[in-house]
Design a protein around this ligand. Structure first.
Ligand code: CO
Ligand code: CO
Ligand code: CO
Length: 326
């Protein structure tokens, strides 16, 4: 695809080739634009919540680059005959609340007639060119921190099947409408080596991209990975999105499950244990790679600010696979 993009432009600081979260383009020596867009279909029934989730999700890629969102534009696809104007207003109200909470300003948008409602944002942020946080610069010895539990894709599948408890829906909604702003704010005060947000490729997928881009192996402690409550029951009921299996089919080739080597006879674990780690996330948390001393500072600041953050593993020199589960 590189022929499609102007890779000769010296001001293009982050282009499409490293599968990073957003594009970054320098407009002045001390300022670069961070540009991204994301549009999703509803994954909860409440229109306000859907709008809030879609906006939180779209804003996240700017935070994942270490940037600050400045402006946003609504992108709306919807069937005017099937969806009352009040419902659309609720979606936009949910989105606008998150744009403002992010410290950004809604400057416009565009609406297209479509068979099914879809909503998202095009977001522009700013970052100092020297403070861009890429997904391809993790270093051996780093600690990995995750700032939201995984499993929201599985919960959305449960919602569609009407087979999920209200408590689980509320918990998943709460995470999906939590901006990555607080975590990103803490990140800019620490010496962070790499970051990405966990979205459609799932934790293992985004960890693999970070590993491949950085030329390292990411070791994840399965027991340390936080999972939305109720997800194990949903997996037991077979409520797993197709995207989760597609992620597993693709990314399991890059993964070594060290538990299998260690524990071959006693079948105390099951391959399905890993499904939450392959689950496609909407508006997932940040996966942050930073030196141990910085991780200590990050976790302390996160604790003080009430920002969820847990260490889930470490970075080691390349072991011939992108991700290792232990
Ligand atoms: Co992203
Ligand atoms: Co995105
Ligand atoms: Co990044």
């Amino acid at each position: 695809m590189s022929g499609l993009f102007d890779d000769a432009d010296p001001n293009l600081l982050v282009g499409p080739e490293t599968a990073d979260d957003a594009g970054v383009y320098r407009i002045r020596e001390d300022c670069a634009l961070v540009e991204t867009t994301d549009i999703i279909t509803p994954l909860v029934n409440d229109p306000y919540q859907f709008g809030a989730i879609a906006a939180t999700n779209a804003l996240s890629d700017v935070f994942a680059m270490g940037g600050q969102p400045v402006t946003a534009m609504n992108l709306v696809f919807y069937p005017p005959c099937d969806i009352p104007a009040e419902v659309l207003q609720e979606v936009l109200a949910g989105g606008n609340a998150k744009i403002r909470e992010a410290g950004a300003c809604l400057v416009g948008g565009h609406t297209v007639e479509d068979d099914e409602i879809k909503y998202g944002l095009a977001v522009t942020g700013v970052v100092h060119p020297g403070r861009i946080i890429r997904n391809s610069t993790a270093r051996p010895g780093d600690i990995l921190i995750l700032t939201k539990p995984v499993g929201t894709g599985i919960v959305s599948t449960g919602i569609k099947a009407e087979m999920v408890t209200e408590a689980t829906v509320a918990e998943a909604c709460c995470w999906m409408t939590t901006l990555n702003k607080a975590a990103a704010g803490i990140m800019t005060g620490c010496d962070v080596h790499a970051c990405t947000d966990v979205t459609g490729f799932g934790l293992v997928g985004h960890a693999s991209e970070m590993a491949r881009g950085s030329g390292v192996t990411l070791v994840l402690d399965l027991a340390a990975v936080p999972i939305v409550s109720g997800v194990a029951e949903l997996i037991g009921d077979g409520l797993v999105p197709g995207g989760c299996y597609r992620n597993r089919a693709f990314y399991s080739r890059l993964l070594l499950d060290a538990r299998v080597c260690r524990d071959e006879e006693s079948k105390t674990f099951h391959a399905d244990d890993l499904l939450p780690l392959y689950d496609p996330q909407t508006s997932g948390g940040l996966l942050i790679s930073l030196a141990a001393e910085s991780a200590e500072i990050f976790l302390r600041l996160a604790g003080e600010q009430g920002c969820f953050a847990v260490p889930i593993g470490e970075v080691v020199a390349d072991r011939g696979h992108a991700v290792e589960i232990r």
